[in-house]
Design a protein around this ligand. Structure first.
Ligand SMILES: NC(=O)C1=CN([C@@H]2O[C@H](COP(=O)(O)OP(=O)(O)OC[C@H]3O[C@@H](n4cnc5c(N)ncnc54)[C@H](O)[C@@H]3O)[C@@H](O)[C@H]2O)C=CC1
Ligand SMILES: O=C(CO)COP(=O)(O)O
Length: 355
């Protein structure tokens, strides 16, 4: 497990609890030492006792020595550098699963494409779904999708496919994996849901409530569907755990860092003061840029993601941006129906709610 943040630690716990040895790579030697000494990750999952089969190390060669599979659980923005760093040590041909979610900012590549570019010759997939780290570590009933493209040989013998083997490794009392061959659909869901969660947070922080959240979730699913299908993924995948499932979780409470960031911004807290000024991984923040860039490139309208990007990165005013989002010309649902008729002038939303 490459990355000893909250998610890497939780997934390593799932694997170790299932009776496998899990090497957990931490960037900082002092954290690796603290994990081994205290059987706890004090920085990212404090108060939770780690299984004995987890061994932390800050040395990549040690972490990957004899590995049967590798999971990448560092922030998406660090992924290419991580792949380059592990290239000399990763055993030939082992499956690599992404546990991080996003689209690369500079290139607009899906994270699996980044891994394949840097580490050719490995099956590359993803583990993605509605999975808060602490609940997963506590073995709360949790379900997620394990997605790898299926080769012809995998179809003939699915039980030996990388997806099935990864799913079997993760499958335990509380953790229930599902298997998919639609990696594109799964990755798009994981990248987009964080941006939509920021939108939900902004609106709740600004004083709006459940109608608004349900609208953003539902229209967010539509944005996911359009991007996934434009990139060759399947619509049905977007209604699964890695799409609608994760979107629902992430947009439901400020346990989500993405929802929480939006909520604080919606309350008028300046970005530098959010999370009390602590640096926090908020994937939707950087992915607001990469997702909207990618959407424009493939010609897909994603107005919610565009609005979040405008607020976070282009200095747009929350009230004006979200008013404009709500006042867009009437559209058809589903999107395919061709509509055109006169539309009234945009109205301004009453941020802070109206009584
Ligand atoms: N926390 C959660 O509930 C879940 C998180 N994820 C995803 O997992 C990924 C990691 O997130 P968390 O573990 O939650 O973050 P975290 O904030 O708990 O930990 C971040 C980790 O990344 C490491 N890191 C930071 N900068 C780095 C760099 N330049 N190079 C290498 N490592 C670096 C940190 O040392 C730390 O181990 C994200 O993509 C997130 O969306 C996915 C599912 C659930
Ligand atoms: O991806 C997650 C849950 O599936 C974690 O969401 P946050 O990064 O918003 O906390």
């Amino acid at each position: 497990m490459l990355g000893a943040g909250s998610w890497g630690t939780a997934l390593a716990t799932v694997i170790a609890r299932n009776g496998h040895d899990a090497a957990l790579w931490a960037r900082r030697p002092d954290l690796a030492e603290a994990i081994n000494r205290h059987r706890e990750n004090p920085d990212y999952l404090d108060g939770f006792a780690l299984p004995d089969r987890i061994t932390a190390t800050a040395d990549l060669a040690t972490a990957l020595d004899g590995a049967k599979a590798a999971l990448l659980a560092t922030p998406s923005s660090t992924l290419r550098g991580m792949c380059q760093a592990i290239a000399p040590y990763i055993p030939e041909g082992i499956p690599i699963a992404l546990a991080c979610k996003g689209v690369e900012k500079r290139t607009g590549l899906l994270l699996s494409e980044v891994v394949s570019e840097e580490l050719p010759g490995h099956p590359v997939g993803a583990v993605s779904g509605p999975t808060f780290a602490r609940e997963t570590a506590l073995d709360h009933p949790t379900a997620a999708t394990v997605a790898f493209p299926f080769s012809y040989a995998d179809r003939l013998d699915p039980g030996r496919s990388p997806a099935a083997r990864m799913a079997l490794t993760l499958s335990g009392s509380g953790f229930r994996p599902y298997v998919s061959d639609d990696l594109v659909g799964v990755e798009v869901g994981g990248a987009v849901k964080n941006v939509i969660a920021i939108a939900c947070g902004i609106m709740s922080g600004a004083g709006f409530a459940e109608n608004t959240r349900a609208a953003l979730i539902t229209r967010g699913i539509d944005e996911m569907k359009l991007l996934a299908t434009a990139l060759g993924g399947r619509r049905e995948t977007v209604t699964g755990l890695s799409g609608a499932g994760d979107l629902t979780l992430t947009c439901s409470s400020t346990t989500s860092r993405n929802m929480s960031l939006g909520h604080q911004l919606g309350q008028g807290i300046p970005r530098p003061n959010c999370f009390d000024g602590r640096p926090t991984v908020v994937e939707g923040e950087v992915n607001a840029i990469s997702v909207t860039d990618l959407a424009r490139r493939v010609g897909v309208p994603m107005p919610i993601c565009e609005t979040v990007n405008a607020v976070l990165h282009q200095g747009a005013d929350i009230r004006q941006a979200f008013s404009a989002l709500w006042a867009r010309p009437i559209e058809a649902e589903p999107f395919a129906l061709d509509l055109s008729f006169d539309h009234p002038a945009p109205q301004t939303l009453q941020i802070g709610g109206s009584s």
